[in-house]
Design a protein around this ligand. Structure first.
Ligand SMILES: [Zn+2]
Length: 186
């Protein structure tokens, strides 16, 4: 009796290991390489801006609106700019950089994090799709296509738009208003 229970425990653990292994191999389709330190060092030595290109194809400066700092749910403040555009519109990087994360999250949905010049981090959220073959550690040139506009994450009930954020002190730290980088200070 005891042996039978032991055997079933062993079989159960083995199937758990097998299932976890299968799930793990399913979720690692995306190529991940270590972040290329020499390129990040070079980027850190470069200045950011003051002007950056608009990351959504076909959108002009006049079409931008400053949505920085407006209230969001749970007492949050909007720490980026929303650029409204039809689903599927190309999104491109505002800077040279390196893909730092492609991990989806509840608020942002399908997202891209890019480490840019001067240690800045750039956040592109609510994407519909990622550019084919995009991977963590990949070097990106300014203007390079990284995905398309969508409404993933907490934007699922709103019009499709790109949420774009700039952080000067690391991932999610030291948010600054991207509007002034895209529109200029007047
Ligand atoms: Zn937003």
């Amino acid at each position: 009796m005891l042996n039978k229970k032991l055997l079933s425990n062993i079989l159960f653990s083995m199937s758990c290991v097998f299932i976890s292994f299968t799930l793990a191999s399913c979720s690692t389709h995306q190529k991940i390489t270590p972040l290329p330190t020499p390129i990040i060092t070079q980027l850190k030595a470069q200045p950011l801006g003051p002007m950056l290109p608009i990351p959504v194809q076909g959108i002009s400066q006049k079409q931008l609106s400053d949505t920085w700092g407006v209230a969001r749910s749970h007492g949050r403040k909007h720490d980026g700019i929303d650029i409204i555009a039809p689903r599927g519109t190309s999104v491109s990087s505002t800077t040279n950089g390196v893909i730092a994360s492609l991990k989806p999250n509840t608020l942002g949905g399908t997202v891209v994090w890019i480490i840019g010049p001067a240690g800045s981090w750039h956040y592109y959220a609510h994407l519909d799709t990622l550019a084919r073959g995009l991977y963590v550690g990949q070097q990106i040139k300014v203007g390079q296509r990284i995905g398309t506009v969508g409404n993933t994450g907490n934007a699922k009930h709103t019009v499709s738009h790109l949420h774009y954020g700039i952080y000067l002190d690391g991932k999610g730290r030291g948010a600054v208003n991207p509007y002034f980088y895209l529109y200029g200070r007047r």
